[in-house]
Design a protein around this ligand. Structure first.
Ligand code: BES
Ligand code: MN
Ligand code: ZN
Length: 478
């Protein structure tokens, strides 16, 4: 990874310009010329590079001065990172002014994040690697009295990026490799050296706990289910505890309510919620966050076999509530029901956040812009919202009127696992809410956000690593 350092050296200088800005302190003659000729206008993410034996400069557009925010800095510096790679630059620098309305530390963090984001690639299976040139050093020339804060920002963003890249690597890994056991193994390998306690329960232990809903989903696969418990005790003086619960379906074929081949194609990413809580634990442990956090993953595959569960089955759950299986493709909520009940009753968490690629309906409702959210606690939702805004990972709360619950009341069992087409994301969320034992809880549906079919801003094609930043910010301030 590129080294981001404080200082005023580097082969190439990045110069910042807002749209329509009058002049620049450095290279003003060239800037004015480019502006007059409309070669460089200062639009957000616009880049003009001059790399030569004598002069080495990159103009970077920041767009309208009034519209500048952390998200635009991330995007702009992602572009810079890519450009430096393309031009085979060894080292570069930028001097960072105080932007109006933006906290200086957050500014430095967003710039560093954009640069580091540009280096991600999942190329372990490619014979020819993608990032052939690595930028060695990038210097941030910061205000004299902000050096300490800037260094803190840099140190912290490296930890968060490590968490994001781990999440992406796990999500991008195909299901032939990333079985429930492999997911548990990776969680152990990544987290134990950082001081996170990782305990993995196999099928027998899961049976002893009575996680019947989780077990029902897992039955169709030859790969055993695994329940992964990860604990970070960063505050020994407090009994307060946050639980992060991630959906960990390592492959979702739909089961007997089988998906179409198009619908199934990328369903190896149906453990993105799990990957995001594992990645968040990595960032938390590396930053030694002084909070107590437990991350929980009920990992299994949703497949078809002579032993698989079937539509019409009536199953039970760890909570004791019975469930009619309307669709074996609504499997995520069944595994999460038991994991949430465990978080509330065995871990006795004070706050629970679950993350899941739960519904196609969420992709229809919110596309790839917002994460969908459901809660039983407006206070907790406020905390999540603040964390997500700072992260640049927008969250949209959906309504959860009591009336929606009627859709998931069962006929011959307490609940049913599908409420039909209408309000699919809401009814899925409310189903989960039946298993938190009244603990303050927020559900995040990342179905439209976890995985992308194209490069988008500073996010790569494939796994995005969302919502690691949101969860990290949330835990830090919990
Ligand atoms: N993993 C899917 C949801 C999904 C779909 C995520 C598309 C990302 C992209 C989930 O298990 C599922 O199949 N949900 C069903 C629920 C329905 C049967 C009530 C759905 O959304 O169709
Ligand atoms: Mn499904
Ligand atoms: Zn699924």
């Amino acid at each position: 990874m590129m080294k981001i350092l404080l200082g005023n050296k580097g082969d190439v200088e990045v110069l910042l310009a807002f749209k329509g800005q009058e002049g620049l302190e450095k290279h003003n003659e060239l800037y004015t010329y480019l502006k007059k000729k409309e070669i460089f206008k200062g639009d957000l993410c616009e880049i003009y590079s001059l790399i030569s034996p004598n002069e080495n400069v990159i103009f970077l557009g920041l767009g309208d001065r009034e519209k500048l925010n952390l998200q635009s800095l991330r995007k702009a510096f992602y572009k810079v990172g890519k450009e430096l790679m393309r031009l085979k630059v060894e080292s570069a620098k930028v001097s960072i002014p105080k932007f109006e309305n933006l906290c200086y530390k957050n500014t430095c963090m967003a710039i560093a994040e954009g640069l580091l984001q540009s280096e991600y690639s999942f190329d372990k299976y490619l014979s020819e690697k993608k990032n052939k040139h690595a930028v060695k050093e990038f210097y941030l020339d910061v205000l004299e009295d902000k050096k300490e804060r800037a260094q803190e920002a840099i140190d912290e963003i490296y930890n968060v990026i490590d968490g994001i890249f781990l999440t992406r690597d796990l999500v991008n890994e195909p299901a032939i490799v990333l079985t429930p056991k492999e997911l548990a193994k990776r969680a152990k390998e990544e987290l134990e050296p950082l001081g996170v306690e990782v305990e993995v329960l196999g099928k027998e232990k899961i049976e002893e706990l009575g996680m019947k809903a989780f077990l029902a989903v897992s039955k169709g696969s030859a790969n055993e289910p695994q329940f992964i418990i990860m604990k970070w005790n960063g505050d020994k003086n407090s009994s307060k505890k946050v639980a992060l619960v991630g959906k960990g379906i390592t492959y979702d074929s739909g089961g007997y309510s089988i998906k179409t081949h198009e619908g199934m194609a990328t369903m190896f990413n149906d453990m993105a919620g799990a990957a995001s809580v594992i990645g968040t634990m990595k960032a938390i442990a590396k930053s030694k966050i002084e909070k107590n956090v437990v991350a929980l993953v009920a990992a299994c595959e949703n497949l078809i076999s002579g032993e698989a569960y079937k539509p019409g089955d009536i199953i039970s759950s760890m909570a004791g509530k019975t469930i009619e299986v309307v669709s074996t493709d609504a499997e995520g909520r069944l595994t999460l029901a038991d994991a949430l009940w465990y978080a509330a009753t065995e871990e006795k968490a004070d706050k629970i956040v679950d993350v899941a690629t739960l519904t196609g309906a969420c992709v229809v409702a919110l596309g790839n812009v917002n994460i969908g959210a459901i809660t039983n606690s407006d206070d907790l939702m406020k905390e999540i919202k603040e964390a997500s805004e700072l992260a640049g990972e927008p969250v949209w709360q959906l309504p959860s009127n009591e009336e929606y619950k009627e859709q998931i009341i069962g006929t011959f069992a307490d609940l049913k696992n599908s409420g039909g087409r209408g309000a699919g994301t809401i009814t899925a969320g409310l189903f989960l809410g039946e298993f938190v034992n009244n603990t303050p809880w927020v559900h995040l549906d990342i179905a439209g956000k976890a995985y992308s079919t194209n490069e988008n801003g500073y996010l790569p094609k494939g796994a995005t690593g969302i919502p690691v930043k949101t969860l990290y910010n949330f835990v830090k301030n919990a």
